[in-house]
Design a protein around this ligand. Sequence first.
Ligand code: ARG
Length: 429
Amino acid sequence: MLVSMKLVRCSFFACCLFLFGSAHAEQVFVTTGQLLDVESGELHPARVILIEDGRIVQIGTADELARPPEARHVDLSNLTVLPGLSDAHVHLTSNHDQHGFRRLAASIPRQALTGARNARITLEAGFTTVRNVGAPGFTDVALRDAIADGDLPGPRLIVSGPPVGITGGHCSDNNLLPPHFNAVGEGVADGPWAVRQAVRRNVKYDVDMIKTCSTGGVLSRGTQVGAPQYTLEELKALVDEAHMHGRTVASHAHGTLGVNNAIRAGVDSVEHASFIDQEGIRLAREKGTILVMDIYVTEFILGEGEAAGILPASLEKERQTGARQRQSFTRALEAGVTLGFGTDAGVFPHGDNAKQFSRMVEFGMSPLQAIQSATLVNARLFGLEDQIGRIAPGYRADLIAVADNPLEAIETLERVVFVMKDGKVFREP
Ligand code: ARG
């Protein structure tokens, strides 16, 4: 009897939801201690935010904007609220303690599950949108869709699928095994037409953007950070094909020539850009290329990399790269190049992404500029500038809260205490 009463009541509620649920927007009313306007840098005291169906509809003072009786109340009145952060360079499907040969042990399905775990960690750290640059087996596409369907907690993802790169290059990443294994990276393509085909294949399987490599890398065996990968002709074909399909291109590049080739070919962002010279800086400014410089990761690689399995040759390459990259960051900043926020999380522990903010400030940015790189600039790079990166009417309700004023204590971003994405709360104080 009890059971059937419960069932009757449940189905009654289900009917109500069905009948009226769609008519009534789901409202959330947020009260803030102070609200950071990331465009102007102004901190507005005691603002309230009204959210409907995952979007911000109105912002004002408590006098201007009353709480609708049916709205759920989220009280952040002793915290500073700012837009959800973003990271343009992560590897959710890899872990920081599995470098070098250890990496070979992870099957593609296992990598997908690793990605599910790291997606949650990243979101809880305050990163509501991230760009995943390089994943075999399209695990990143699956992860993006599972998160979007509400199956898993995680940031909004922008994904590349398998990186497109030369035989034996940093992006193909198959140089650990001897020749008789015949290991070839999924996105390996040599020559303009093969490159176009690789882009088409990734587009076919629904990637958002293309990741390529125009120099060798630190963590790939047998590649040189200074050596270009791909000719300008190949890179131009890649960019042309990607743009034709409405996809942006991110090119990994450390060495001077490879950075310049990528910019000349028209990529949307250069990742790392460690040895960029004056010519590269001039070109980036001229073409509006965004540099995504991961200047925190060097501390992890040189400090904990050996224990994590990073090979001695890679540690040596990092010693030649990390400090130079930080100098280049300062020079590019001073020259007025647009700098996005990207960390290479996955090389170091996911969830530590925000450690890079204080390094960006140490190497020349104001705290506001560092926050802008992870909000306004990245939003533009992702083509989502009318959706994310700001707290404004019509924007997605992606909010985070911290205890201190980040303009005075940028490290407070390493301790995010509240996270909302699309109006849903994923972390509470
Ligand atoms: N994934 C990059 C590579 O292997 C990591 C570079 C890290 N070092 C740096 N200084 N940003 O090249």
